[in-house]
Ligand binder design. Sequence first.
Ligand code: ZN
Length: 79
Amino acid sequence: MPGAHSAETEMTFTPEAQAVWDRVPDATRTKLLDDGFCTRCLHKRHFELVQGEIRDKELALIGKCGTCGGRVVRLIQLD
Ligand SMILES: [Zn+2]
């Protein structure tokens, strides 16, 4: 496996989602990843980012709950 990346989970981003995500500052990213809603905990959780895509006017971040491993979706409104 080439590269020095040590990410445990492969992230799947669409090119459009990647372009948007690339422009998000680190501090904002950290905040967003602490603010997902876990569909299993039914609570706001920190999550591990797994997937990103654009849905209509929103960036959908899909991830794994840091507490239970359940599916977390965080939608970000785009201008
Ligand atoms: Zn959870």
